[in-house]
Design a protein around this ligand. Structure first.
Ligand code: HSE
Length: 445
């Protein structure tokens, strides 16, 4: 039978905001192309949104618009429910109800998958339905597809990603214009790059959700956002960005996950990255994910991590996958987290104190004989090796006649617990005049 003779698969959309309208528009615009790829048309039949008038204006008269999401879930003609409501409150209930009703689910909701993924996948497995979430990580970049399928031959070693566009935009502005964080955040809000309440972005929570999902797929472990270390960019200042640059580094908010001998590292924090790495040059609101895999080596995935049609691109890719496999034996599907449910690993997520990395330290010190020797002596006693140092002329730091100076130290790798102890000792020196700034450093070699 020619694919165009099959009746279209019917889709219900929960929430038609920025991404939902992108999904509707791209499905309409590219329907021929999508039909040729999917083997069957994909049709949004029903939309649930609180603002029914606006929703109806967006989708036209041929789509049924309701203000009750449960009416979509209850419709026996709907095969796939797209959840674009966000958050883990009502969205979680609706996704669970859709699964119980035997619907396949597509979601862009990173928080939901990172926090409640285990429960959702277990329910979907019991009901024999698919749950797809390409749009949850790095927007339009097909990183879930790459990790779950394209790299399936490999043992993945680590992933490091710029997976939050808002913070990358702010960091780019701070570096370009020498702005401090607060000023750059206000600029980002004025230009529409940051939300009125940017907490999840600037505190690293959004990136934490995304790296948690990638970690699960890369290593075959359950999603465990509660065990991720999450630190945002609110404490960064223009001075550290400038010093890092003088040493050949850029500062980026990275989501990092690594498989190491004793477990899995799962962390989000600002990191110095060598300026010569491609990922260090990802600017503005763009996203990029670097993956180190044993057979392939390093790959880099770059593109738009948010926005109406870029995110719709990922949602529709999931719709096409589901359409192709709808009705097929569940055993033929790619597992939710890339590994078969009975073959998941119980490798523990390591506490931050056990993570091994290198560091940038900035100490404001009294400009006196012996200060440098005492600081480096403490590092030596702790067995922490120094990689590079920079000492600013006192006049550059505090103005003419200043008796203070900045001491910048880059270290080689050491375990974080050891660095914490060394920082506490350095901090107690009377010649260290302000709280020590510590930023982690990733060579990504
Ligand atoms: N708020 C996110 C970002 C986009 O700034 O990248 C959606 O995940």
């Amino acid at each position: 039978m020619k694919s165009s003779n099959l009746t279209p698969i019917k889709v219900g959309l929960l929430g038609i905001g920025t991404v939902g309208s992108g999904v509707f528009n791209v499905l309409q615009r590219n329907q021929e192309e999508i039909l040729r790829r999917a083997g069957r048309g994909i049709q949004i039949d029903m939309v649930a949104d609180l603002d029914t008038a606006r929703a109806q204006a967006l989708v036209g008269p041929n789509v049924q618009v309701v203000n009750d999401a449960r009416a979509v879930i209850a419709n026996p003609d709907i095969d796939i429910v797209i959840e674009l409501i966000g958050g883990y409150g009502i969205a979680r209930q609706l996704v669970m109800e859709a699964i119980e009703a035997g619907k396949h689910v597509v979601t862009a909701n990173k928080a939901l998958i990172a926090v409640h993924g285990t429960e959702i996948f277990a329910a979907a497995h019991r009901k024999g339905v698919m749950v797809a979430f390409e749009a949850a990580v790095a927007g339009g970049i097909p990183i879930i597809k790459a990790l779950r399928e394209g790299l399936t031959a490999n043992r993945i070693e680590w992933i490091a990603g710029i997976i939050n566009g808002t913070t990358n935009f702010i960091l780019s502005e701070m570096r370009d214009k020498g702005l401090d964080f607060d000023v750059a955040l206000k600029d980002a809000q004025r230009l529409g790059y940051a939300e009125a309440d940017p907490t999840f972005d600037i505190e690293g929570v959004d990136a934490g959700h995304k790296v948690t999902i990638m970690s699960a797929i890369a290593f075959g472990i359950p999603v465990q956002f509660d065990k991720a270390y999450v630190e945002g960019i609110t404490q960064l200042n223009a001075q550290d960005i400038k010093y890092a640059e003088q040493l050949g580094y850029r500062i980026k908010l990275l989501g990092i996950t690594k498989l190491v001998a004793n477990g899995v590292e799962l962390r989000v924090h600002p990191s110095l990255v060598p300026a010569k790495r491609l990922i260090a040059n990802v600017e503005g609101a763009m996203n990029a994910v670097m993956v180190q895999a044993d057979a392939l080596g390093t790959t880099l995935y770059y593109g738009k991590g948010a926005g109406s049609e870029p995110t719709a691109s990922a949602v529709i890719a999931d719709l096409v996958d589901i359409t192709r496999l709808h009705g097929a034996d569940a055993a033929q599907r790619v597992p939710y987290l890339a590994f078969q449910p009975d073959a998941m690993s119980d490798a523990p997520i390591l506490p931050m104190s056990e993570v091994v990395t290198s560091y940038y330290l900035r100490l404001k010190v009294a400009d006196q004989a012996g200060v440098l020797a005492r600081v480096t002596g403490l590092l030596a006693e702790a067995g922490i090796s120094i990689d590079a140092m920079l000492q600013r002329e006192a006049d550059d730091v505090g103005g003419a006649g200043s008796t203070q100076t900045d001491l910048i130290i880059l270290t080689h790798d050491c375990v974080e617990a050891k660095m914490n102890a060394a920082i506490a000792q350095m901090q107690s020196l009377p010649t260290v005049l302000a709280p020590i700034t510590r930023i982690r450093k990733e060579e990504l070699a």
